[in-house]
Design a protein around this ligand. Structure first.
Ligand SMILES: Nc1ncnc2c1ncn2[C@@H]1O[C@H](COP(=O)(O)OP(=O)(O)OP(=O)(O)O)[C@@H](O)[C@H]1O
Ligand SMILES: [Mg+2]
Length: 233
């Protein structure tokens, strides 16, 4: 069945790394403006799935559509345009080591062609919200993991993406910082952003009533709707 409201469609997707099956026959849709958790133990395939959604890697089999675009058929020229609709927080941050905190976040806005003045204002506002205003000129190597995660978060939301993909976004954060980031994600969701969070942190999943897809050994084992969230995984 075609769901006209779906912003993401994952259809019988397999992902293999050599002989390793990271994802096996995974199918699900994500509605526009949905808030979705992807859960499951270490090695379940959560990051692999997000990498496919971000076009960091290609599927081995199956199809993925984002905003109506089939990722297997997208032309090289259109990939950057599609990526701009997606903000990503990687599990290992992926900040650029030779750029400062300010420059790491500003880059997204520069690529999108924003004016210098707009960039200055926006980057400072985002970093202030994450308590990073004192570290604008620091390099990633000089930051704690929690601070790097906050910069990665500011970078992910800087371009006002339609979709946010977050891989363990609170993994390195203390409870207070994790709470701040979750609050921002909830606010962005209320404003219309589709939010997908991959995490094995059950506590995090239980703090928000949201649909949860549960992966195990590469297979989609459960798809628990928002309303019946009491089921323990
Ligand atoms: N580049 C790769 N080469 C080989 N195997 C890989 C690669 N990336 C992932 N895998 C394997 O695929 C499986 C799924 O990995 P993935 O990183 O997606 O799990 P995950 O659910 O994100 O785990 P975690 O909770 O530890 O982040 C694992 O068995 C992993 O070893
Ligand atoms: Mg992972």
């Amino acid at each position: 069945m075609i769901d006209k409201n779906a912003i993401i469609r994952v259809f019988h997707v397999h992902k293999r790394y050599g002989s390793k099956n990271a994802l096996i026959d995974v199918t699900f849709d994500v509605a526009k403006n949905e808030f979705l958790f992807i859960s499951g133990p270490n090695g379940a395939g959560k990051s692999s799935l997000l990498k496919l959604l971000y076009l960091a890697e290609g599927v081995s089999e199956g199809e993925i559509l984002i905003d109506g675009i089939n990722l297997s058929r997208i032309s090289r020229k259109r990939i950057p345009l599609l990526r701009r609709k997606i903000g990503v927080i990687f599990q290992d941050f992926k900040l650029i080591p030779t750029k400062t905190v300010f420059e790491n976040v500003a880059l997204v806005l520069e690529v999108a062609g924003n004016k210098k003045h707009t960039i200055q204002k926006k980057v400072k506002r985002l970093l202030r919200a994450g308590g990073m205003e004192e570290k604008l000129d620091s390099y990633p190597a000089g930051l704690s993991s929690g601070e790097q995660q906050r910069v990665a978060f500011a970078r992910a939301v800087a371009g006002d993406p339609k979709i946010i993909l977050a891989d363990e976004p609170t993994g390195s954060l203390d409870d207070e910082s994790a709470g701040i980031i979750l609050d921002i994600l909830k606010k962005l969701h209320v404003l219309g952003t589709t939010v997908i969070i991959a995490t094995h942190n059950k506590e995090l999943i239980h703090t928000i009533s949201a649909r949860t897809i549960y992966l195990e050994k590469g297979r989609l084992k459960q798809d628990i709707p928002r309303t019946s969230k009491i089921i323990s995984l």
